[in-house]
Design a binder for this molecule. Structure first.
Ligand SMILES: Cc1cc2nc3c(=O)[nH]c(=O)nc-3n(C[C@H](O)[C@H](O)[C@H](O)COP(=O)(O)OP(=O)(O)OC[C@H]3O[C@@H](n4cnc5c(N)ncnc54)[C@H](O)[C@@H]3O)c2cc1C
Ligand code: SF4
Length: 325
């Protein structure tokens, strides 16, 4: 890691402060907990003239019960998510997923918004400046070729946030604020399959909050495989939510992280609705996950292993939740 480059720190107290900062510093970056952004700046990835601290925006640090769900400010820390009684009671899978992110010290400042907006990762990218320079950089930053897929024209860096899959299977939506006002979108619409531009967030927008609906009877869980058990990003992470009635599935959602350039809500799970979660259904889950997970050579662990781990975790988690439901 290199020295942190010089920049101006602007503390925004309102969305219009963020807009003004962006007008004054076209290359500025939004700063939440800084646990990912600062590390990347110290690797020489980007050198903004200003960082805009958004954790003081109104409502950013609030967790509020709503009649049909819960609203979580984007600046709520992961440490607080783990401890909060409302989250633990209504969405324990979210607290459990937060507890798998990084280490305890990171989680005291890391935020849920920063986790959702986390940059994608690759062994050719999350490296020091001199290392990347000696490889002539890469397509994602300052280079022309992707070392993972040299004949292609897009970046395959992997989205590796632990929180998004759980929020996806819980049906979350997110509140975005920008020059045109505020809008809500389904969380799934925030992401796209492009490692160099994986967020469908307007250049003028900031993520303000996350809303989770309460779905009675829905059980959810999250499991991840990682290289080091203590502190590490997921090589593959899987969230599942399901509900059953009379031994038949009435809801089944599966989401992945660490395998694609976006957190992926696995499609075609509806085909299993109305069926028991028996051996044949588990084989179908295995096929769906293996087909849609698209890991590339972006980590030191082989891609085919990560694909198989993703499907094994999905089957194991679905079977456990079905037995508990
Ligand atoms: C050693 C180490 C281990 C880690 N392990 C894990 C892990 O296991 N799992 C995991 O998921 N993460 C891991 N991380 C990454 C990081 O700590 C977490 O993802 C954390 O939640 C990021 O949140 P933050 O508030 O610190 O984000 P920041 O670093 O402040 O921001 C991250 C990115 O999101 C943008 N951003 C932040 N908030 C907003 C917002 N409200 N609106 C729009 N854009 C925004 C920033 O501009 C930046 O581009 C690890 C980091 C380290 C250093
Ligand atoms: S996937 Fe390719 S372009 Fe993207 S960070 Fe890795 S080497 Fe660079």
């Amino acid at each position: 890691m290199s020295e942190l480059p010089s920049f101006e720190l602007i503390r925004a107290a309102s969305v219009s402060d963020v807009a003004a900062a962006r007008r004054g510093h076209l290359d500025c970056r939004l700063l939440a907990g800084g646990t990912d952004l600062i590390a990347n700046l110290r690797r020489g990835i980007g050198g903004p003239t200003a960082l805009v601290d958004i954790t003081g925006l109104p409502g950013m640090r609030d967790i509020a019960a709503e009649p049909d769900g819960i609203r979580i400010g984007a600046g709520v820390t992961l440490a607080r998510l783990i401890e909060d009684p409302l989250i633990r009671c209504r969405f324990p899978a979210l607290a459990d997923a937060a507890a798998t992110v990084a280490g305890p010290a990171h989680r005291t400042s890391a935020t849920i918004g920063g986790n959702l907006c986390l940059d994608t990762r690759c062994v050719f990218y999350n490296e020091s400046e001199w290392w990347r320079k000696s490889n002539e950089f890469c397509l994602k930053h300052r280079g022309t070729v992707c070392h993972v897929a040299p004949t292609g024209n897009r970046c395959h860096a992997a989205y590796s946030g632990d929180i998004a899959p759980v929020l996806l299977v819980l049906g979350a939506s997110v509140e975005l604020a920008g020059d045109g006002g505020t809008r809500w979108i389904a969380l799934d619409e925030l992401f796209r399959e492009d490692g160099a531009a994986h967020l469908a967030l307007g250049a003028d927008e900031v993520l303000l909050s996350v809303r989770l609906p309460v779905e009675p009877g829905l059980l959810a869980g999250y499991e991840k495989a990682r290289f080091r058990g203590a502190i590490d990003f997921p090589l593959a992470g899987v969230a599942v939510s399901l509900r059953q009635a009379d031994g038949m599935l009435t809801v089944l959602r599966i989401a992945l992280t660490g395998t694609n350039s976006r957190p992926l809500l696995v499609s075609d799970c509806e085909a299993l609705i109305g069926r028991p979660l028996d051996a044949s259904a588990l084989r179908q889950i295995d096929r769906l996950v293996q087909k849609q997970a698209a890991p590339m050579r972006t980590t030191i662990i082989p891609a085919h292993y990560r694909r198989r781990v993703a499907s094994a975790l999905a089957c194991r988690l679905a079977a456990r939740l079905f037995a508990e439901a």
